[in-house]
Design a protein around this ligand. Structure first.
Ligand code: AMP
Ligand code: MG
Length: 338
């Protein structure tokens, strides 16, 4: 079985350098470090101490929220079935559970044992038997996670993973530090979840690249934004090719236990909240085009770019001007009733 995990982090570095070239009117503080299983790149027009504080906060969050670090609070909760969490972890868990509810279970943080079974955590990829999936799916249900004050409890067999929301939570935390320090201009690329804080020092908006699913070292288009958080979930980010020749991606439909496979290559969500963008990009990817479209009609507090395998770039009307196509294999379609 051939397996492949894309070098997302490197791709994003290249992408980011391309897009940020020439936009600085004064030298920013820059920093790059590994955290949350990816590369974080900070560009802050402000004090070195702010950049340092952001790195420290993200590193702290990674230590608390990781499902694989044996010293983390989430690892402890998964191992023991109950745990008293500190404020930050409890907040991240509470927000993640609300997102599961808002997505009607398309996002489900208890899908973790299924993600593990497919080998997306260990790297030992394989296609699970239907009976194994059926057994594991019995423990998948975010509604059975109890959080009272800071004490969390899981039913036997249930384990959680905040991988679909943690980078968004980190972006929201980082923004608090930028505001605390009076920094008006920064762009933080947290492994593909991008906080565009304020505007560029020259007063123009940030241009954020959307990775090209066919060549994720490149971007297929850009959106301009200010004071927004952009998150993308894509089938190209982490996948393997099974012995049956099919490609299986790391985003799992919690109803079936199968990797989402619905003609959507990536979903990019742009909103005012990191947790919202990060959770919705994953959830809408699971839902597929029709359900994602319906969802957007009901809830209009975010903008959307959906790339489909038949090379359509479907965008919400507010992005009509700001979304610029680079890869001309794609056709841009503004969905008017979104
Ligand atoms: P993202 O890259 O934000 O779309 O998050 C994907 C990661 O979240 C995967 O690598 C899994 O660890 C986990 N995951 C996969 N499917 C789901 C799901 N339906 N709900 C919650 N987390 C998921
Ligand atoms: Mg996500």
């Amino acid at each position: 079985m051939r397996s492949y995990v894309k070098s997302t982090a490197l791709a994003l570095i290249l992408l980011w350098l391309t897009l940020s070239a020439g936009c600085a009117s004064n030298a920013p503080q820059t920093r790059s470090f590994q955290s949350m299983d990816t590369v974080m790149q900070l560009t802050v027009y402000g004090d070195e101490s702010t950049t340092a504080a952001i790195e420290e906060r993200i590193t702290e969050l990674d230590k608390k929220l990781s499902s694989t670090n044996v010293n983390s609070e989430i690892y402890r909760l998964n191992r023991d079935g109950s745990a008293t969490l500190d404020e930050l972890t409890a907040d991240a868990l509470e927000q993640s559970l609300s997102c599961c509810e808002a997505s009607k279970g398309a996002l489900d943080i208890t899908v973790y044992p299924v993600v593990c079974e497919w080998g997306f955590i260990s790297g030992d990829h394989h296609i699970p038997s239907q009976s194994t999936l059926n057994r594991l799916l019995k423990s998948v249900d975010y509604r059975r996670v109890k959080l009272r004050e800071n004490t969390a409890e899981l039913p036997k067999g249930t384990q959680i993973d905040l991988g679909a929301t943690a980078k968004g939570f980190a972006a929201d935390e980082a923004r608090k530090l930028l505001l605390r320090d009076g920094c008006e201009s920064a762009v933080l690329n947290l492994g593909g979840t991008v906080l565009a804080h304020g505007k560029k020092p020259d007063g123009s908006e940030w241009r954020i690249g959307i990775a090209d699913p066919g060549n994720s070292a490149d971007y297929m288009g850009t959106v301009s934004c200010a004071d927004k958080i952009t998150a993308t979930s894509g089938s190209y980010e982490r996948y393997f090719t099974g012995s049956d020749g099919k490609r299986y991606c790391h985003i799992i439909d919690p109803k079936s236990g199968m990797p989402a496979d619905n003609g959507v290559e990536s979903v990019t969500v742009i909103s005012d909240s990191g947790v919202k963008s990060d959770s919705l990009s994953t959830a809408l990817f699971v839902m597929g085009l029709d359900k994602a479209t319906d969802y957007r009609r009901q809830r209009r507090d975010f903008e959307l770019v959906i790339l489909t395998s038949d090379k359509k770039a479907l965008i919400t009307p507010a992005l009509a001007q700001s979304f610029q196509l680079k890869n001309e294999q794609y056709s841009k379609e503004v969905i008017r009733d979104w």
